[in-house]
Design a protein around this ligand. Structure first.
Ligand code: IPM
Ligand code: MN
Length: 372
């Protein structure tokens, strides 16, 4: 298969972890005989420094002309510490999601059996955790009207959703649940928010088309607690932009490191793949950031194009790195491996993936299906 891939490294550790993903994709090309082309684009603080905008036209054009986008991370301390900054790097990512209409963000939360001891939660609570968050990505409070009074003492952010915005992601979430354990939990705050009540109405109506899927509802505060007490109880979580942002970080923490989990942002015409985690500015250029979330995002990309065997080869190579303890310091403080060495190891194991034909899939707890 030929694929045109846009690489948006962004800020902080983004470019270094993305470089590891490219190594892995090159290994996939070599092993499975595909041809991918890679074109870099600027976004975030790097783009602001060069073009004065966090999302230059060239970058939008590049993304629109590509089959898929691999995104690194965004945000720098310079702007985080300056609440009065008029333009912020994060706006580049938000505008891109909106511009490409990437309305569904899919965030699988799966505990690697090898890493179960890294979780802050007890082993028996965490073991077997495997759920996926369907986060609405182009609406809600992130994109509603923002106001600041002239004297700067009163501010507001509008949270707005239409039936159409809720319906399109709900269908995707129900379809995912149908192919999984057939349970969908709508997470909202319907005891307080009008938008949440609309979500309940629309999702309940749509559920009639998916009779095999069990639908239940949880208020977001309760869901956050339940994720700590019994994460195994979740299968598919459907939620709005803001709740999904918060719950997905919580989900990644219970897996042992924020550096592990990938995501896919999907629209009708475009698809972008990005880690859950942020730009970790303190680690920039130190070769210590964990590249796994970015590498697993490429596995999601490969599955998205129906390249399931290729995707599985990436996941198995990642699992091997964990079994052999070829991991960054977030997972093993005395590790001698850095970002780049972990990337090399994983890419090398994709090339040797013939050896994996006899791999014990059940052992790695990933089943034969990939991470999605
Ligand atoms: C994420 C990030 C972004 C978000 C930020 C960087 C704007 O936290 O992808 O989860 O809030 O969506
Ligand atoms: Mn986030």
């Amino acid at each position: 298969m030929n694929l045109k891939i846009a690489l948006l490294g962004g800020d902080g550790i983004g470019p270094e972890i993305l470089a590891q993903s490219v190594k892995c994709l090159q290994a996939v090309e070599e092993t499975f005989n595909h041809h991918f082309t890679y074109t870099e684009g600027l976004i975030g603080a790097a783009a602001m420094d060069k073009y004065g905008s966090p999302l230059p036209e060239q970058t939008i054009d590049l993304c629109k002309a590509s089959d898929a986008i691999l995104f690194g991370t965004i945000g720098t301390l310079k702007y985080d510490d300056n609440p009065s900054a008029k333009i912020r790097p994060e706006q580049g990512l938000l505008q891109l999601r909106r511009e490409l209409q990437l309305f569904t963000n899919i965030r699988p939360v799966k505990v690697f059996p090898t890493l179960v001891n890294k979780s802050p939660l007890k082993k028996h609570v965490i073991f077997g955790t495997d759920f996926v968050i369907y986060r609405e990505l182009t609406g809600g409070i992130y994109f509603g009207e923002k106001k600041l009074s002239e004297d700067g003492t009163v501010a507001s952010d509008l949270c707005e959703y239409s039936e159409k915005e809720i319906g399109r992601i709900a269908h995707l979430a129900f379809k995912a649940a149908k192919n999984r354990r057939k349970k969908l939990t709508l997470v909202d705050k319907a005891n307080v928010l009008e938008t949440s009540r609309l979500w309940r109405k629309v999702v309940t109506r749509i559920s009639e088309s998916y009779p095999e899927v069990q639908l239940d509802f949880l208020f977001v505060d309760n869901a956050a607690m339940k994720m700590m007490l019994d994460p195994n109880d979740f299968d598919v979580i459907l939620t709005d932009n803001m709740f999904g942002d918060i719950l997905s970080d919580q989900g990644s923490a219970i897996c042992g490191s924020k550096g592990l989990l990938p995501s896919a942002s999907i629209g009708n015409e475009h698809a972008m793949f990005e880690p859950f985690h942020g730009s970790y500015p303190q680690a920039t250029g130190k070769n210590i950031a964990n590249p796994v979330a970015s590498i697993l995002s490429t596995a999601m990309m490969l599955s998205h194009f129906g390249l399931n065997e290729e995707s599985l080869a990436v996941v198995i190579a990642v699992d091997k790195s964990m079994r052999k303890n070829v991991v960054t310091k977030d997972l093993n403080p005395s590790s001698k491996y850095g970002t780049s060495q972990v990337g090399d190891f994983i890419a090398g194991n994709i090339i040797d993936s013939d050896e994996n034909l006899n791999y014990n899939y059940e052992n790695i707890g990933l089943g034969r299906s990939t991470i999605i």
